[in-house]
Design a protein around this ligand. Structure first.
Ligand SMILES: [Zn+2]
Length: 321
């Protein structure tokens, strides 16, 4: 990592914190405009966010919180979101591949499951769970992937035979292709991408205003992976969420500036956590992807995402800042 890259990212974050006012118009304008027209004015007053848990991973603390409480077992939820914008629905991540419910060791491999063992039932897979909202994969307007890791991009094969665009950062797609070419099972599982050529993959580079109205904005948070992105969401009730994905595994990562156990670049990972901490301090709820305590307190789809339990945890944590 060069300092120049680091500064550029900070500028991106600064733009986000200032309200994203000038960065919404992207090269996706025609598509975004079309979507905007379809959602008639007033029909999308912010977004409704529905949280899902797709089983757990049995892991250890040091894989989540670098060098912390080494060897201590930790069961972490695997999470994804479905967002409603007017009549349009999108998914942010997809959870594990359905094969994790059938043959986890065969599908992810011995080495990966030794560090992260998926415990998942058939009914917890993506396409079964989104039925709770009356949805099927082809009914979604888009999927935004935070990154290509096995517990986030695992279920993209559900979009074969659809035209649903799947957005990810261009850099992340490059990394995925290299991982697939290596044939090795790492946090990127080659079999998760065996249908890649049959999918409507779209790459973005930098900030991406998904609906063109600044209600859902994907933005780069490199560190955990090179092409990682998080999602800023303005909800229908006037709140602001940041769905951090693996840029923030747990609140502890953010509050104590502990890098993730698995990171492409630790300084950049910590930089993202610092920005999340500041956003939390001004009232944005930053949602960790794998925090057992955080997710235990949350209602899941078909209920809406709610702030219950979050405010107290954050206020307590910041009491001695
Ligand atoms: Zn990851």
């Amino acid at each position: 990592m060069s300092n120049e890259i680091s500064r550029r990212n900070l500028l991106r974050f600064a733009a986000l914190g200032a309200g994203v006012a000038s960065v919404g118009a992207l090269s996706f304008a025609p598509e975004a405009q079309a979507k905007k027209k379809k959602s008639a004015p007033g029909s999308a007053k912010g977004v409704k966010a529905y949280p899902f848990v797709c089983g757990i991973l049995k892991t250890q603390t040091q894989y989540m919180l670098k060098d912390t409480r080494v060897g201590t077992p930790m069961n972490i939820p695997v999470t994804f979101f479905v967002l409603r914008h007017g009549d349009d629905w999108i998914a942010f991540d997809t959870g594990d591949n359905a094969m994790c419910a059938k043959d986890p060791v065969g599908y992810w491999g011995k080495d990966v499951t030794a560090a992260y063992y998926p415990v998942m039932a058939d009914y917890e897979e993506f396409k079964v769970q989104i039925k709770k909202l009356g949805l099927s994969p082809q009914k979604l307007k888009a999927v935004v992937l935070s990154h290509g890791h096995l517990d986030h991009a695992g279920a993209i094969d559900n979009f074969v035979g659809t035209d649903v665009p799947i957005y990810l950062q261009a850099k992340e797609l490059e990394i995925i292709k290299n991982a697939v070419a290596s044939g090795k099972k790492t946090a990127y599982i080659p079999d998760d991408f065996k249908t890649l050529s049959q999918l409507n993959i779209k790459t973005v580079d930098g900030i991406f205003d998904v609906f063109g109205d600044k209600t859902v904005i994907a933005f780069p948070t490199p560190g955990h992976t090179q092409g990682h992105q998080s999602l800023a969401v303005k909800t229908y009730d006037g709140k602001q969420l940041v769905l951090a994905a693996d840029a923030m595994y747990t609140l502890e990562n953010m509050l104590d500036a502990i890098p993730p156990g698995l990171a492409w670049d630790i300084p950049q990972a910590v930089e993202a956590l610092t920005v999340f901490k500041v956003l939390s301090m001004i009232g944005t709820e930053v949602v960790p992807s794998h925090d057992p305590e955080f997710w235990k307190a949350k209602k899941l789809a078909p209920d809406l995402f709610a702030r219950a339990g979050y405010k107290d945890a954050i206020l307590t944590a910041f009491a001695d800042v």
